[in-house]
Write a protein that binds this ligand. Structure first.
Ligand code: HEC
Ligand code: HEC
Length: 273
């Protein structure tokens, strides 16, 4: 039956194409930290006319770790984009050798991993000392039940953010997320309260103060309310801490992945895992 045959061939072909696209071998160079580092150096040389250094936001192209619509996930898909560019956009083909493209692929996968998937250099135990001491983080943040409430709980932060986003959180201003807007209110009795607005509308305000006390306030009974656009989160820890403190703090935050943490074995330090 010639008819059936001709119909089957394109079908089979399409199937074979899908199968090879899915079965594309993973990065032939592997994904060791050395390969990723070589990729980072190549990327910083070839791509930062548009993208930012180390995969951050650039002037003419997006960060490589963003949650974007055209987010390419598999190694093969990233290889394809870096090798051949994205038609219809300014993203050019790279003109690099396949091996160099694979190095860059390893780097991009690294950039996209959550911090807890990476080996982040530093002494996590000392990082915890910085968290509780020089950094003053513990005033506002909790890790496994210890600490303040003004900022988000950081017990799983390493599993939530990529290393780039984690560094950004410590060093770059950004719009204050809902639930963390700083607020100062003066009650009818003249009592001054300040903290963050957990919730607010035209009639009521839930204000969480630095002592962790939640005040449920009636707007009409307040003498004044002032919201601030500047987060309580200091954003210059790369400058206010020493290089060692900053590195160790990052190493400590990176391993905070509550869901992944197993019970420490006897004699093993839970944080320094
Ligand atoms: C001339 C500017 C320019 C240069 C140079 C450039 N890019 Fe891009 N790149 C872009 C733009 C713009 C986009 C977004 C395109 C779009 O809108 O889809 C992009 C997108 C990408 C994406 C897709 C992101 C995603 O989530 O799907 C990857 C990966 C990428 N670039 C990697 C690279 C690498 C690696 C290099 C260097 C070898 C490079 N780019 C050089 C402009 C550039
Ligand atoms: C005075 C209170 C305060 C101090 C001190 C403080 N933070 Fe924060 N932090 C906040 C608040 C509030 C937020 C949430 C609002 C925002 O991101 O702007 C936040 C956000 C963060 C985030 C982002 C969390 C996410 O889910 O995106 C990280 C990470 C973080 N802080 C780490 C630290 C570390 C580490 C220190 C110490 C070196 C520290 N903070 C010191 C109040 C503080």
């Amino acid at each position: 039956m010639p008819m059936a045959k001709t119909a089957a061939v394109p079908l089979l072909l399409a199937f074979a194409l899908i199968a090879t696209a899915q079965d594309k071998p993973a990065n032939p160079l592997g994904a060791s930290p050395q390969v990723a580092e070589a990729g980072r150096l190549l990327y910083n040389k070839s791509c930062t006319a548009c993208h930012g250094p180390d995969g951050t936001d650039g002037d003419r192209a997006p960060a490589l770790d963003g949650n974007r619509r055209y987010f390419r996930v598999s190694e093969a898909a990233i290889f394809e984009v870096v090798k051949n560019g994205i038609p219809g956009t300014v993203m050019p083909s790279s003109g690099l050798s396949d091996n160099d493209v694979w190095r860059i692929v390893a780097f991009i996968r690294n950039v996209r991993a959550t911090a807890s998937d990476l080996v982040v250099p530093g002494d996590a135990q000392n990082g915890m000392a910085v968290f509780n001491g020089a950094g003053g983080c513990v005033r506002c943040h909790m890790i496994r039940g210890q600490g303040g409430l003004l900022g988000p709980d950081l017990s799983s932060i390493g599993a939530q953010l990529s290393l780039i986003r984690l560094k950004d959180a410590l060093t770059k201003e950004r719009p204050v997320p809902n639930g963390f807007r700083p607020v100062t209110a003066v009650t009818a009795k003249g009592e001054k309260l300040s903290g963050v607005a957990k919730n607010s509308d035209a009639f009521s305000l839930q204000l969480l103060d630095a002592q962790g006390k939640l005040h449920l306030l009636d707007m009409s009974e307040l003498r004044s309310v002032e919201f601030s656009k500047k987060s309580l989160m200091p954003r210059s820890f790369d400058k206010t801490l020493t290089a060692t403190q900053y590195r160790d703090l990052l190493a400590m935050l990176a391993v905070q992945a509550r869901t992944k943490v197993r019970a420490p074995l006897q004699g093993e330090n839970e944080i320094g895992r």
